[in-house]
Unconditional design. Structure first.
Length: 240
């Protein structure tokens, strides 16, 4: 369900976050295959666990398309164990790699598909949902897909942009309809949302008084935001 504020505000939120935190330099991956692997491994786990799993793959010399594709399932599962659900995620990685191999021959050709077709094919692969598909499309292929995650839902539902039951596509449309069509902004915005969710918009006790988005809240509806003091962020606000 969408809320009344769906038609405005998301760009001002971006400006507040980029002013407060600066560029985040995402995605934390050096190659397209590392980005794709990370996007699949990060499902239902913290990024710190993904980093451990990717570290294992690098030390084993297995973080390349060819090496991953030829690696036995049980060996892959053992290497990615720190990411949790390692048997399930090993199968998902193999489904991704097998699709690329059978349908396109290599990762470069797959990521070079037109954006609509790439996203559709990603969504057809077992274990890849909208968030993972958009992460791969944005960060590995360089297409302008806005990534919606749990932090996006939490922050912007609390700020009245949509209800807790809004669909992925409904939430995504609020951003793509009200932001410039700029993949750099999409890239940075997602990273800034993750930082805000981790550091301020916590599940149980949000730190609205010190959050750069605190001044945007309806303080009657959100008691944690009362007496907000964001002077440090105001000093760093950039001019347009």
């Amino acid at each position: 369900m969408l809320a009344k504020r769906e038609r405005y505000g998301v760009f001002e939120y971006y400006e507040a976050l980029i002013s407060a935190f600066g560029p985040q330099g995402w995605w934390p991956g050096e190659t397209p295959i590392e980005v794709a692997v990370g996007a699949i491994l990060t499902q239902n786990t913290a990024w710190t666990n993904v980093e451990k799993a990717i570290g294992n793959l690098k030390r084993a010399g297995a973080l390349s398309y060819g090496a991953l594709h030829s690696l036995p399932d049980e060996d892959l599962a053992a290497l990615i164990r720190p990411a949790g659900y390692f048997n399930v995620k090993a199968k998902r990685l193999k489904s991704f790699l097998n699709h690329v191999s059978l349908c396109h021959g290599n990762l470069k050709a797959f990521l070079g598909l037109p954006p609509e077709r790439l996203r559709a094919e990603l969504l057809s692969i077992n274990g890849i949902g909208p968030e993972t598909a958009d992460s791969i499309s944005l960060y590995a292929a360089g297409y302008g897909e806005f990534v919606v995650d749990a932090y996006t839902r939490r922050i912007f539902a609390r700020h009245g942009f949509f209800g807790a039951d809004a669909s992925y596509d409904e939430m995504k449309a609020i951003f793509t309809s009200n932001l410039p069509e700029d993949k750099t902004i999409f890239n940075e915005y997602h990273a800034l949302i993750v930082k805000t969710g981790k550091d301020f918009c916590k599940t149980r006790v949000p730190l609205c008084k010190t959050c750069p988005l605190g001044p945007f809240l309806d303080k009657k509806a959100h008691p944690h935001a009362r007496e907000t003091n964001n002077a440090p962020y105001a000093k760093n606000k950039r001019s347009r």
